[in-house]
Design a protein. Sequence first.
Length: 272
Amino acid sequence: MAVSSGMSSDAPGAESELPDIDDRLVEPGTPYEMYDGELARVSPADPPHAEMHIQLAALIEAHTGAAFEVGADLLTRTSKRDDIAPDVSVYPDAPHPETGRRQLEQLAFEIVSTESLAHASRKAAKLAGRGVRRVFAIDVERSRVLEWSATHGSWRELDATGCIEDPALEVPLPIEALIHAAKADDAVARALIARDNPVIKAVRAKDRAEGRVEGKVEGKVESLLAVLSARGIALDGTTREQILDQHDQAQLDRWIARAATRATLAEVLGDD
């Protein structure tokens, strides 16, 4: 089951009479956010929240389209009194056509516990109110992923067997990979393959080339052994291993040519 949305991030009136999203109320790099004009300290994370934070950033980066950037703890000015930072944000790579500054994120992800879900709801409502298209919460304790509904002002749980599809994602994001760390590496690898990642593409091309060469070598070795056997030239174990370990195609070609005309093994494998 795919969960998708192609809605515009330009919510009606979202930008009217509001400060720029990068006009700060709090100092970047400090553990604070601003809610309704009040400074709120963001507590450092313990496992598994901290581990999930790294996993989430890697997953989103692997699945995001080339025209988008991924940021962690990126402050966004959602109103005159709020300056908050989702755990992971996905926003257009291109600058805003009017301001020349960063564009508003289109996707936001927050890692939550059962106790912090109410706080995440408050944050999601503010982000959606500013125009962020989609806000997700990963509930670590209950192994579930939620999406915020601005219409209903509440969360809805997503099917764990489905995936998130969105214009900002080049590859659908498996929900199960967001929940289970063991699935994250596989999901990242699949996403990079699907995106035709140049490093993976180069490795696969190298493997194919080496496979073709190895196939040719094996064929020549088999040909040499067949000729020797047909001519009744016996091989001891050491000599057989010498032939099987030979990977120089030119040398194998010389041995094959000699095997057709020479009478002894020493003449076939002798020095050039």
